[in-house]
Write a protein that binds this ligand. Structure first.
Ligand SMILES: Cc1cc2nc3c(=O)[nH]c(=O)nc-3n(C[C@H](O)[C@H](O)[C@H](O)COP(=O)(O)O)c2cc1C
Ligand code: SF4
Ligand code: SF4
Length: 350
């Protein structure tokens, strides 16, 4: 899975390394792959970290994977490398790698290694981005680390991350859980297209999760969006923004204690679990409703300008892995179905 090409580029490095050693390898994008993939010799799962854990599509992919009979697996969780002044700082993958490893283990895989890999930070909704020099240094270091990791696995070593990242990951589990259950839906609903948008539809066509539908000439973000940041960073007009005031508005709209009111009406007492369910459904419905209203008025140029000038993202740099174009990220999709059916890699052939 890759939003802005970091994980894709990492997969290319692994593939090249395997090819150099005489092994056949194939890159298969995760999203069209429904889990029917079978008979692979070495499964290398590469994905971005989202909120200190593996993104939902990765967890869904593993859940759909048929039971494996000792298939060997590697996991690379790409993180956000960033900078303070001249210093390069590591990202934090939390439970991303170990959770995927545990789930693959439960599916019958033999996990040979887990690695957290610093690639340039891509969350351009939340920060101002890195300059080209820092991007290049992070990528150069990441490539060397990926090649060393692949070589170690080919030399029949096991490579894990140790206990400290696992401990840090466990402390961050509540944040990851809230993100998976609710946070990602809020983030999906703060995107909007500015007046620069030409209505070309590229964002909708290339979203890996089918997260955008075009309503007339304007993109509309649905709850399928996983905030992978592809649309925002590959839009040719740099027209996609995230509204920070809108997230505050959404927070207040969804914080209304719907559960207490609804359950009070039915005379239910001590129904904590039920309260949560009612509140959860209310929050999702409210998100959708407020966003529909927002979308219907944000086409008006004065309102669009209001949201444009009250958010920070017009000031933030855009980012995608510098050598990865949008075609690279979408080209493999057509081949995926064949790969899934025929399983082009034989068992243990690496
Ligand atoms: C919504 C979101 C949440 C993220 N959370 C984390 C995080 O918790 N820790 C981290 O190190 N990086 C985090 N990142 C950064 C990405 O994992 C990182 O930049 C990755 O290399 C992107 O890979 P990709 O281009 O293949 O999607 C986050 C990015 C996004 C968009
Ligand atoms: S890619 Fe950019 S310009 Fe094209 S429809 Fe999407 S937001 Fe508008
Ligand atoms: S809508 Fe944009 S951010 Fe959301 S999943 Fe699709 S490409 Fe990624």
């Amino acid at each position: 899975m890759s939003g802005t090409g970091n994980s894709y580029r990492t997969a290319c490095w692994v593939k090249d390394r395997l090819s150099q050693r005489g092994f056949a390898a194939e890159i298969i994008p995760l999203e069209p792959c429904t889990g029917k993939l079978r008979r692979v010799g070495l499964l290398v799962l590469i994905f971005p970290t989202h909120a200190f854990t593996a993104p939902w599509p990765v967890l869904k992919f593993i859940a759909k994977l048929p039971r494996q009979d000792g298939t060997e697996a590697l996991i690379i969780a790409c993180r956000a490398g960033w900078t303070i002044g001249p210093w390069l700082m590591p990202g934090l993958e939390g439970t991303a790698g170990y959770l995927a490893a545990l789930l693959l283990r439960m599916k019958g895989c033999r996990v040979r290694g887990v690695m957290g890999l610093d690639m340039p930070a891509n969350w351009t909704a939340a920060h101002w981005g890195l300059n080209a020099g820092h991007v290049q240094s992070i990528i150069t270091a990441a490539r060397a680390k990926t090649e060393a990791f692949t070589d170690a696995i080919l030399a029949r070593e096991f490579r894990f991350r140790g206990m400290l990242p696992l401990f840090a990951g466990l402390l961050l589990v509540p944040i990851s859980f809230i993100y998976l259950a609710l946070g990602r839906f809020y983030l999906a609903k703060i995107f909007f297209a500015s007046l620069r948008c030409t209505g070309c539809g590229l964002c909708a066509r290339t979203c890996p999760h089918g997260g955008i539908v075009m309503r007339g000439k304007r993109p509309f973000w649905t709850l399928r969006c996983e905030s992978c940041m592809r649309c925002m960073n590959y839009c040719p007009e740099q027209a996609i923004e995230c509204s920070h005031p809108l997230i505050v508005l959404l927070h207040y709209a969804t914080a209304f204690p719907a559960a207490a009111y609804a359950l009070g009406l039915f005379g239910l007492r001590n129904a904590n679990g039920l309260c949560l369910i009612v509140q959860y459904c209310y929050a999702l419905l409210t998100l959708c409703l407020v966003y529909r209203i927002f979308h219907s008025i944000v086409g008006v140029s004065a309102i669009n300008r209001l949201f444009f000038f009250t958010t920070m993202t017009p000031l933030f740099r855009r980012y995608h892995e510098p050598t990865t174009c949008i075609e690279d990220l979408t080209a493999n999709n057509a081949n995926t179905a064949n790969n899934m059916i025929s399983g082009t890699l034989g068992p243990r052939n690496y």
